[in-house]
Design a protein around this ligand. Structure first.
Ligand code: SF4
Length: 181
């Protein structure tokens, strides 16, 4: 709890163990994925399918977090774009008036959802792109989709997102040809 003497009011905020205000919230909206990355932990895969929060419930959690000082919401999964109501999820979070709202994705379904997500308040995208070599990409992700994802990245680049980041997992020792061919 923080007392703001200047404003003469009590502001309730989340504070971490180091005394820093908790301004960001990562929301896991599902636990399923259409990829099978070799480094993925698949935490909870399958076990919690029936326990996913509805879009409205996620919006409620976001509104409570906002009252506690959270201003930056990050949507993640699993693969968030596998949720058929992902646009509604973004819309519900956006309704609480966040300063920032981003989504992490493997990029496979961006051609289907990106424009609508942008129109409903998504500001930033984090797209996983683990290799520019088609064989390595397929080996790492279990899906032969490099060309499709590159096309989608090209497409979303022209839509007007505030920021698009590409994520890569650096693998110890890299990948030798014998490992992925
Ligand atoms: S895209 Fe992400 S969630 Fe899906 S398998 Fe790869 S690391 Fe796991």
């Amino acid at each position: 709890m923080i007392l703001n003497a200047q404003l003469g009011c009590i502001i309730i905020m989340l504070i971490d163990n180091y005394g820093r205000p908790w301004l960001k919230l990562r929301i896991v909206v599902n636990s399923v994925c259409n990829y099978r990355c070799i480094f993925c932990h698949f935490e909870g895969q399958g076990k919690f399918l029936s326990r996913e929060l509805s879009a409205e419930d996620i919006g409620f959690v976001a509104s409570v977090a906002k009252e506690l000082g959270v201003d930056d919401f990050k949507i993640t999964g699993g693969e968030p774009l596998l949720r058929r109501d992902i646009v509604k999820v973004v819309d519900e979070i956006n309704k609480v008036g966040p300063k920032d709202l981003s989504l992490t994705t493997n990029g496979y379904l961006l051609d289907v959802y990106a424009e609508e997500l942008l129109n409903h308040g998504l500001r930033r995208l984090n797209i996983s792109l683990h290799s520019l070599d088609r064989g390595k990409y397929r080996f790492i992700t279990g899906v032969d989709a490099l060309d499709k994802v590159l096309e989608n990245i090209d497409y979303v680049g022209g839509l007007g997102f505030k920021q698009i980041k590409l994520n890569v997992v650096v693998l110890r020792g890299g990948l030798t040809r014998t490992r992925y061919q």
